[in-house]
Ligand binder design. Structure first.
Ligand code: WT7
Length: 654
C-alpha cells in the first residue's frame, strides 16, 4: 500500500481529452462541464430535478425533490411513481425494438444476441411466472446465477412487479448464501444447474440445496435455469425448471408502478464488523445515477457496444450491466467466464469479435493480463475501442500506462471511477470529453456530487497532498437508503461521525494542487482482494468456527496482481506446530474458509503463533500485523506486549 502511495505521489503525467473525442462527447469541453457544475452549485435540487425529468420516464411526475425531514433517511422524488423495467425496456420499443440489447458469450464459446423486443417479452413472461409463484410487490427474491442473460431477465422481472431482488455472487458458498437468504427473508430463489467459470462448472444448484437443507425456511420455491447440464438433485415439491415454468405463460405483463423510494434491490457487502450488510437501494434515484453516469462518464451513444466485465453479483454488474446500459438503450456485452479461458487473450478476442467500443474492468484484471505480455493483445484488432474504464481499487500508474498504451493505443481516454456499493453509481470520475486524466487519480467529483476530504474535526482540508477522510457533504439521488433490517448500523456506519453532517465513505483520500482526488485506501478493517471487498472480521469468524482454531487475526498484505492478499495469524487450541508451520492444517483451513465464505476469501498465508499481539486494553495490534505480513520492519511501539517473544513467532522466525 505504501509503495503505491509513493509512486502515486510522484505521478505528474497529464492526458488531456483527445480532440476527436471531445467533438462527439455528450459533455464536450470545459464550457459544457462548467455549465452543468454551475447549475448543480446554484440550485442543487433544481439540478437533480431537471436530470430526473430529462432522463427518466414517469408514470406520475414528482413534485417533491429532496426530502430531508427523516435524515439520514433522505428521500428523493418521493411523490412520483415509476417502474424501472419500463424505463429499461418499454420506452425503447418504438425506436429500438430490433436493436440488440444484449450480446452474450458463454465461456465455452456459445453466443446469443437478444433484441430489446425479445428481452421485453422474456422479462414480461418471467414476471408472470414470479406472480404465479405468489411473488408480489415488496417480496424478496434471491438470485444466485451465472453471468447469463437470464440473470438480467430475472432482475428486470422483479423490478417489473416491484419485487426486491438480492443477487448473491455465484462464487459465494453455502454459509454466505444461507446468511443472505435468511437476512432478506426471501420467498423465492432463482438459480441454475451450474455456470462455466475457469474451465470448470460452478455447481450453483448443489450449493443452493445445501443452504436450503440447513436453513432458509422462508424459501417456498426454487426456479432452476438449465445452463451447464450437469446432473443435479431435484425436489419436485419445491424446484421448477425455468424452461418448464415459462411454458404457455403470457408475454404481456403491465408494469407495477411503484413509489420512487420503493426498494429496487438489496445487495450484501462486507463491513468492518459483524455480518455483511444488506445495502438497500431505491428505484428512481438509483436509476437516475445509473443513467446520468452512463452519459457523463461512459459517454454512451446509440452505436456503442458497451462491455463492463463485472459479474451481476456485484454492484458494478447491477448498475453497468443490468440497469444503466438498458436504461440508456445501449447494447451491452455479457461474458460468462474467466479472462484467461481458453487463452490469455480472451477479453481482447471478445472485444474484436463483438466490436466492443467501451470497455470497463478492474485493475486486478488489467495487472494480470499485463503480466502475460503485449504480444497477446497485439494479436487482436482493438481499433473499435474508444473509451476504457477501471473500478474497484486504486490503479497503479504502471498498469494505467499499459492499459493506455497497449489496449487503448494511446487513443482512448481512461475513466478511473471511484464509487461504492453504497453510492449506487460513479461519484468521482473523469468526464472524458472535458477532464484531463492523471494515471492513478479518479480526478474530480461529478456534477451534483459534493465530495470532500476532511480532518478529524470534520474541517475541509484545503491544503494539497494532505490525507483525510473522504466524505460526501450532501445527499445524492443514488445513495443507499438504509441497511436492510438494521437502521442503527446505517446511522452509525455512514453518519456516525461529524455530527451526522456527512456521509462517511470509509476511505482516506487526498487532493493535489489541481483538486484531483487520490484514493489512499480504506480506513476500516475492510480489505480489497481482486477488487472484492472483504471484512477481515468475516474471515476471522470463519476461521474460529473451525474446531482447532482458538483465535485469528486477518490482515491484508500488498499483492502485485490482486492488490491485496489475505494473511491470517492463527492461534490454535493445543500445541503450536513446530516453527509455526503445518502444511496439512493450512490446507485444511484454507479449504474451510472457502466452504464457509467462498474462494475469494481463502487466506493466501497462514502463520501460527502462541498468541496475538494485543494492547493493554486487549485490542489486536493490527498495524503491527500488517507490517509483519508485508515483510516490513516493525516501527510500532511493542513495549506493551505481554510476551515480546511472540514477535519472533509472528515473523516466522521460530
Ligand atoms: C470501495 C468500494 C463500486 C464498484 C466496485 C467496488 C474502492 C472503488 C475505486 C477507485 C480507488 C476504489 C474504495 C471503495 N474503490 N473504486 N476507482 N479508486 N479505490 O465496490 O465493493 O462497494 O467497494 O472500493 O475503497 O470504498 P465496493
Amino acid at each position: 500500500m505504501t509503495d503505491n502511495i509513493d509512486s502515486i505521489l510522484h505521478e505528474d503525467r497529464v492526458f488531456p481529452p483527445p480532440a476527436g473525442f471531445v467533438k462527439t462527447a455528450h459533455i464536450g469541453g470545459q464550457a459544457a462541464l462548467q455549465a452543468l457544475r454551475k447549475q448543480a452549485d446554484t440550485d442543487y435540487e433544481g439540478f437533480w430535478a431537471a436530470q430526473a425529468r430529462a432522463h427518466l420516464t414517469w408514470h406520475k411526475p414528482f413534485t417533491q425533490v429532496l426530502d430531508s425531514r427523516k435524515a439520514p433517511h433522505y428521500q428523493w422524488f418521493s411523490d412520483g411513481l415509476i417502474n424501472i423495467s419500463h424505463n429499461c425496456l418499454d420506452r425503447h420499443l418504438a425506436t429500438r425494438g430490433d436493436k440488440t440489447a444484449i450480446i452474450f458469450e458463454g465461456e465455452p464459446g456459445d453466443t446469443r444476441r437478444i433484441t430489446y423486443a425479445e428481452l421485453h417479452r422474456e422479462v414480461c413472461r418471467f414476471a408472470n411466472v414470479l406472480k404465479k409463484m405468489g411473488i408480489a410487490k415488496g417480496d424478496r427474491v434471491v438470485i444466485y446465477m451465472p453471468m447469463v442473460p437470464e440473470a438480467v431477465v430475472a432482475m428486470q422481472a422483479c423490478a417489473r412487479i416491484g419485487a426486491i431482488h438480492s443477487v448473491v455472487f455465484g462464487g459465494f458458498s453455502v454459509e454466505s448464501l444461507k446468511d443472505r437468504i435468511e437476512d432478506a427473508g426471501a420467498r423465492l430463489l432463482i438459480t441454475a444447474d451450474g455456470g462455466h467459470r475457469g474451465g470448470k462448472i460452478v455447481e450453483l444448484k448443489a450449493t443452493a440445496d445445501k443452504a436450503l437443507a440447513v436453513g432458509c425456511k422462508s424459501i417456498e420455491n426454487v426456479i432452476v435455469l438449465e445452463r451447464s447440464k450437469n446432473t443435479i438433485a431435484f425436489n419436485t415439491q419445491r424446484d421448477h425448471w425455468w424452461h418448464d415454468a415459462i411454458k404457455g405463460v403470457s408475454e404481456h405483463c403491465a408494469p407495477v408502478w411503484v413509489e420512487s423510494e420503493h426498494p429496487l434491490f438489496l445487495l450484501y457487502t462486507s463491513g468492518s464488523t459483524g455480518k455483511p450488510k444488506g445495502i438497500q437501494h431505491s428505484s428512481a434515484g438509483y436509476l437516475l445515477g445509473a443513467v446520468t453516469t452512463m452519459q457523463w462518464v461512459f459517454d454512451i451513444h446509440d452505436q456503442d457496444i458497451f462491455w463492463c466485465t463485472a459479474d451481476v453479483g456485484w454492484i458494478t454488474g447491477h448498475t453497468y450491466v443490468a440497469y444503466g446500459p438498458l436504461a440508456t438503450g445501449a447494447t451491452v456485452m455479457m461474458y460468462e467466464g474467466a479472462p484467461v479461458i481458453p487463452h490469455g487473450g480472451r477479453f481482447w478476442e471478445i472485444c474484436q469479435k463483438h466490436a466492443v467500443t467501451i470497455f470497463y474492468t478492474a485493475p486486478t484484471a488489467i495487472r494480470a493480463l499485463m503480466k502475460l505480455g503485449d504480444e497477446i493483445p497485439n494479436k487482436f484488432d482493438l481499433s473499435k475501442l474508444r473509451l476504457l474504464g477501471t473500478v474497484g481499487e486504486p490503479i497503479n500508474p504502471e498498469a494505467w500506462m499499459w492499459y493506455h498504451r497497449v489496449i487503448g493505443k494511446e487513443r482512448c481516454p481512461i475513466v478511473d471511477t471511484w464509487w461504492q456499493t453504497e453510492t449506487g453509481a460513479h461519484m468521482i470520475a473523469p468526464i472524458p470529453g472535458a477532464v484531463a486524466t492523471k494515471p492513478g487519480s479518479c480526478t474530480l467529483p461529478l456534477p451534483g456530487i459534493a465530495m470532500d476530504v476532511v480532518d478529524n474535526s470534520g474541517n475541509s482540508i484545503t491544503e494539497p497532498e494532505q490525507g483525510g477522510f473522504l466524505v460526501t457533504r450532501k445527499p445524492w439521488p443514488h445513495m443507499l437508503r438504509t441497511v436492510w433490517g438494521d437502521e442503527e448500523r446505517y446511522r452509525k456506519t455512514y453518519w456516525g461521525e461529524f455530527g451526522g453532517k456527512y456521509y462517511i465513505a470509509g476511505d482516506s483520500a487526498r487532493r493535489d494542487k489541481d483538486g484531483y482526488f487520490w484514493i489512499m485506501g480504506r480506513i476500516d478493517d475492510v480489505i480489497k482482494v481482486s477488487g472484492h471487498r472483504l471484512g477481515t472480521m468475516e474471515i476471522e469468524s470463519a476461521l474460529v468456527a473451525h474446531p482447532r482454531v482458538a483465535e485469528a487475526a486477518v490482515v491484508g498484505r500488498p499483492d502485485d496482481i490482486k492488490g491485496e492478499a489475505i494473511f491470517a495469524f492463527v492461534v490454535l487450541r493445543g500445541v503450536r506446530p513446530k516453527g509455526g508451520v503445518d502444511a496439512a492444517l493450512t490446507k485444511e483451513l484454507r479449504q474451510w474458509v472457502t466452504e464457509q465464505i467462498g474462494p475469494i476469501a481463502r487466506p493466501d498465508d497462514i502463520r501460527y503463533s502462541d498468541n496475538l499481539p494485543k494492547t493493554r486494553s486487549g485490542k489486536i495490534m493490527r498495524r503491527l500485523l500488517r507490517s509483519i505480513a508485508s515483510g516490513q520492519p516493525i516501527t510500532q511501539d511493542t513495549s506493551t506486549l505481554e510476551n515480546e517473544a511472540i514477535l519472533d513467532q509472528l515473523q516466522g522466525k521460530v
